[in-house]
Design a binder for this molecule. Structure first.
Ligand code: ZN
Length: 236
């Protein structure tokens, strides 16, 4: 019997709620998923272990974890010594670029995804950015994604020689956090396997008050679904 052909896609896969939903959507579209995670010396390195487990649960074809010491460049509360801001009202998040911004992170991550995609012969790259309910990062916006698509097609051998036409898929870009959770739940995702917190404790339990925790909590509340997150005992 002939096996059904599935096109390959590279999915940026942090182990968070958005990237897992993004991977499940790519699978539901018929792609064979190659997931790419980065240990960029983030303070929430627990997300790498969560990503490995989630990749196994989702039936990812291959999961690659690259080590990028972005802490040596610094400039972010996620990799440096700055405090992670807590208890910022969700309405205020979108009016600032917070100190948890990691300089050029999505440009760096997409560049590695592109390199791997070119080698795999995959012209589809997925990234779980969303422009609603987000933390104000400039590299999550549609104009950035479109510019990167042009970079991908102009800056690769497979692109300029016309064998691959790269597309950057952002299936969550217009979704609120609660819509992402609803879509993922429809696709059978158990969100207890995901990690979102920027500042977890030693056991990997969520702080409950960083931007990422607050957006996640609000998402479950608005979706009307129980929040499976394990919070630290002293969380507010
Ligand atoms: Zn948190």
């Amino acid at each position: 019997m002939q096996e059904k052909f599935s096109p390959k896609a590279v999915v940026l896969f942090s182990g968070g709620l958005d990237s897992i939903t993004c991977a499940a959507i790519a699978k539901s579209m018929g792609f064979e998923v190659f997931a790419l995670s980065f240990y960029y010396h983030q303070r929430h390195k627990i997300e790498i272990e969560m990503a490995k487990r989630a990749a196994a649960v989702l039936g990812i074809k291959e999961h690659l974890v690259l080590d990028l010491p972005l802490d040596r460049i610094g400039g972010s509360a996620l990799t440096g010594d700055l405090e992670v801001p807590k208890d910022i009202p969700v309405e205020a998040m979108q009016s600032r670029i917070p100190v948890t911004y990691v300089p050029a992170r999505n440009t760096i991550f997409l560049s590695f995804a592109l390199a791997w995609a070119e080698v795999l012969g995959a012209q589809d790259i997925f990234i779980g950015v969303n422009a609603l309910d987000y933390s104000g990062y400039p590299d999550c916006r549609p104009e950035f994604i479109d510019a990167f698509r042009q970079v991908a097609n102009l800056g690769t051998k497979e692109g300029v020689e016309g064998r691959l036409q790269f597309t950057i898929h952002t299936p969550l870009i217009a979704f609120s956090k609660s819509q992402i959770i609803q879509r993922g739940t429809e696709l059978g995702i158990d969100y207890s396997i995901t990690h979102s917190c920027y500042d977890p404790d030693e056991q990997g339990r969520a702080c409950g008050s960083c931007d990422s925790c607050l957006l996640r909590k609000k998402g479950f509340a608005e979706a009307g679904l129980p929040d499976p997150t394990v919070y630290a005992a002293n969380h507010r």
